[in-house]
Design a protein around this ligand. Structure first.
Ligand code: IMP
Length: 434
């Protein structure tokens, strides 16, 4: 697109993930030198279409698809080394050089086999109140980090310390696995052998990435911080406990990389033109009717990581306005507008009704949020294809009207509109880096 990068930008999801961040990161990577993941793990699924080729990335930043760019997995990410090695090998098998271009933080925590086992057991015990996780061990890995018993990438390079930490952890964890979850115990020697072999394969990319990013900033390079999941899955600001276990909001870009807030110049929020959610938890504008099915079908709303069908509903402006506040959004990119092309009318959630009360904000009490009924504003649909349109003036007037209203309600300017999965199917309203 020929944009000239002039700043360091964070990209975040404004809903419950799956907003189409992968495509936007890919577009903006053109103007960045370094692309950095700062939270989450291989629970994410970023889909990018280049020409006839489709790539789904889970852990490695989407910028890896641009041959001359460098990528970083920051300290805020939890890394399953087997998943990382597999993703690296799959990319290299398709001709994309990863080795030498990807660095992983020494301080990033490891996902261990017992994290997956604990998550499985715990979700089962929760019954109807289960979170509907991706089953990747994300939550237990972050729990260990906070409990100060986590094992980090740097420990892979110190076999004695790795053994000590693992032995200590297994002495407690095997008790829970066997007694509480009725699961198989995990054997020290087998895990040790497996993980030290991973360490051997990854040692060349494990480094102090805070230093590396800082150096790049000092050299005047441009950094793109790539968020995974979305604002309402953030462990602090999301629909707790139906969230992921990391800081998916813009603040996470600082703590998850070791870069100060003064080094960040803009935050771009990605919002789908409607709303989706995977897993359990409240979703006020969810459509359990034919329209919901149509959005799911037309938008191909199936999880990129687990293949689960995504729940679908109308755009919820309360959700995105909240995201604008929490992330300090400088602008929005609206994706998948074309999915609404065949709707005779389109609705925007503008508030909630809770009993006799009218709410303009999301309640923190999850039970109250579960009882919220959306208040809608209905606008005429455009009933014309917008797929692949690249200039704003060519959008049908009702589609422009919908976007203007969406921007007004979320109190955020729209800088980019995506009208299809390809790089070229984009309307750029303003140079994001200017
Ligand atoms: P976890 O991150 O696997 O612990 O899952 C916690 C919740 O976040 C579940 O509802 C997941 O479906 C959801 N989740 C995690 N990663 C993503 C994502 O990349 N897109 C959408 N939902 C996600």
């Amino acid at each position: 697109m020929g944009w000239k990068a002039m700043a360091n930008i964070v990209i975040v999801g404004t809903q419950w993930g799956d907003e189409g961040k992968g495509k936007i990161v890919d577009l903006l990577s053109d103007s960045a030198d370094l692309i950095v993941r700062f939270q989450g793990g291989h629970n994410a699924g970023h889909t990018i279409v280049i020409g006839q080729e489709k790539f789904i990335l889970h852990l490695i930043p989407s910028g890896i698809l641009h041959p001359e760019k460098r990528c970083v997995i920051g300290n805020g990410v939890v890394v399953d080394p087997a998943a990382l090695i597999e993703e690296r090998a799959a990319l290299e098998a398709r001709g994309i050089q990863v080795r030498g271009r990807l660095s992983v933080s020494e301080r990033a925590h490891l996902i261990m086999p017992y994290h997956r086992a604990i998550e499985k057991g715990s979700e089962k015990l929760k019954g109807a109140r289960r979170i509907g996780t991706t089953g990747r061990g994300i939550g237990p890995a972050y729990a260990d980090k906070m409990a100060r018993i986590g094992i980090r990438m740097v420990d892979l390079l110190n076999p004695d310390l790795f053994r000590q930490k693992l032995a200590q952890n297994l002495s407690e964890i095997n008790y829970f696995l066997e007694k509480l979850y009725k699961a198989k115990r995990i054997e020290l020697e087998a895990v040790l052998k497996e993980y030290l072999a991973y360490g051997d394969q990854l040692k060349d990319c494990i480094t102090d990435t805070s230093h590396l990013i800082h150096q790049a900033i000092e050299e005047g390079k441009h950094i793109l911080f790539e968020g995974a999941q979305g604002t309402h899955l953030d462990v602090d600001h999301g629909t707790y406990p139906y969230v992921t276990s990391s800081s998916a909001t813009a603040g996470g870009a600082c703590t998850g990389t070791g870069i100060g807030p003064t080094r960040i110049h803009g935050v771009l929020g990605i919002a789908k033109a409607y709303t989706t959610r995977v897993g359990s938890g409240p979703f006020p504008t969810e459509l359990n009717d034919e329209m919901g099915c149509k959005l799911q079908e037309k938008g191909k709303e199936f999880g990129a990581t687990t293949g689960r069908p995504r729940r679908c509903g109308w755009f919820d402006a309360v959700l995105v306005r909240t995201a604008a506040r929490i992330n300090g959004l400088t602008s929005l990119a609206v994706t998948k507008l074309d999915v609404l092309d065949e709707c005779p009318e389109v609705k925007l959630g503008i508030g909630y009704r809770l009993g006799r009360q009218t709410l303009k904000e999301m309640p923190s009490d999850i039970e109250k949020l579960e009882r919220c009924v959306p208040i809608y504003e209905t606008l005429p649909g455009w009933l014309q294809p917008t797929s692949g349109i690249t200039t704003y003036a060519k959008l049908p007037a009702p589609a422009q009207n919908y976007l203007n209203r969406l921007s007004e309600l979320t109190k955020t300017r729209i800088d980019l509109i995506s009208t299809g999965s390809k790089r070229s199917e984009t309307i750029l309203l303003r140079n994001l880096f200017a």
